[in-house]
Design a protein around this ligand. Structure first.
Ligand SMILES: [Zn+2]
Length: 332
């Protein structure tokens, strides 16, 4: 049994409280590699931002849970080395799909877990989430649950169509599960292809997707004043990165994300955690493709992973400062 507090990590409770009150959101960046971890920590330290480092089931399959947990432990030490005396880093399980997986993470140093029972019938979702909450709270680990279904593909999470969260269910759900935050579905979706071009409107040569359902978000806020809300599938899929990938031999068609304007607006509400994964993948891939195209003789991974890390760091800082507004928000 490894408690997260011994690793120097924190849970989400205090940072969410401050984020909801302060009208900003905490970034939740997925990581699978050391370079992503380093870029996340460098960006968080430079901007003095709390940060959530999250691990999906796919990341555990790719990198091994023990290694990722130790990378997160390294992240805290690394942040201190970079000059941040009191880093606020959360190690979060993204899309936990069973009680057993959540328990395993809680027992091994995670400070926060998501139990995603959103594809289950309502009562089963409640029962599963409550079981995880009851276990997690014994160790002061915070729990995110989900109500409503997001479309798209994320690692091993896939759904063909979305079902918006029903505001009339949120009070009953949060009270009976005891969850600490709630992921909702208001039109975001997983992956880099969130919308088909047919769903979008062409404005000045750019495909603009349909707006998020802010009416539903506001109704939920009214039902649960001050309760932390989470948005998944919130990459904006920057055209700049997509164009670089395609310019240097890639073939990404019709990759469309959530406009940053809308994420900025959501951050000002009770939305206090915004998940960003695809944008990091795009930033990494774009930098690697560009480097290898321009330096065909390079074969040392450090030569192309260094610009990849730089590009991810730049993207993380941009999100923190210009979209979520969590810069300068460390407690001390
Ligand atoms: Zn998700």
């Amino acid at each position: 049994m490894v408690n997260y507090k011994d690793l120097g990590l924190v849970n989400t409770r205090e940072m969410f409280k401050r984020a909801v009150a302060g009208g900003y959101a905490i970034p939740a960046f997925n990581f699978n590699t050391m370079e992503q971890m380093q870029a996340i920590v460098m960006a968080a330290v430079e901007t003095k931002s709390p940060v959530i480092m999250q691990v999906s089931k796919g990341a555990r399959n790719y990198a091994n849970g023990t290694i990722l947990r130790n990378l997160a432990k390294g992240a805290v030490e690394y942040a201190k080395e970079l000059g941040c005396e009191h880093p606020e880093i959360v190690l979060h399980l993204d899309h936990g799909d069973s009680f057993e997986l959540c328990k395993e993470c809680i027992d091994n140093g995670f400070s926060s877990v998501m139990i995603d029972g959103s594809s289950l019938p309502y009562e089963e979702n409640i029962a599963l989430a409550k079981r995880v909450v009851d276990y997690a709270h014994q160790f002061d680990v915070t729990v995110e649950a989900e109500l409503g279904v997001l479309a798209g593909v994320e690692d091993e999470v896939a759904a063909a169509e979305s079902h918006y969260t029903k505001p009339e269910e949120v009070i009953d759900f949060s009270t009976r599960t005891g969850c600490d935050s709630l992921a909702i579905s208001i039109g975001t979706s997983h992956g880099a292809h969130k919308f088909t071009p047919e769903q979008c409107t062409l404005v000045n040569g750019v495909l603009v997707p349909p707006p998020l359902a802010f009416d539903i978000l506001h109704e939920i806020e009214k039902k649960l004043p001050g309760f932390p809300i989470v948005l998944h599938g919130s990459s904006s899929v920057p055209m700049e990165e997509v164009n670089t990938i395609n310019q240097y031999g890639g073939h990404l068609e019709a990759a469309i994300g959530i406009p940053e304007e809308q994420l900025r607006e959501a951050s000002k509400s009770a939305v206090c955690k915004i998940n960003i994964d695809s944008d990091s993948r795009l930033a990494m891939t774009a930098a690697i493709r560009k480097h290898l195209a321009e330096h065909p003789g390079d074969f040392d991974p450090r030569q192309y992973l260094k610009p990849a890390r730089e590009n991810m760091k730049k993207m993380y800082i941009h999100k923190i400062v210009n979209v979520l507004g969590s810069d300068g928000k460390l407690a001390q």
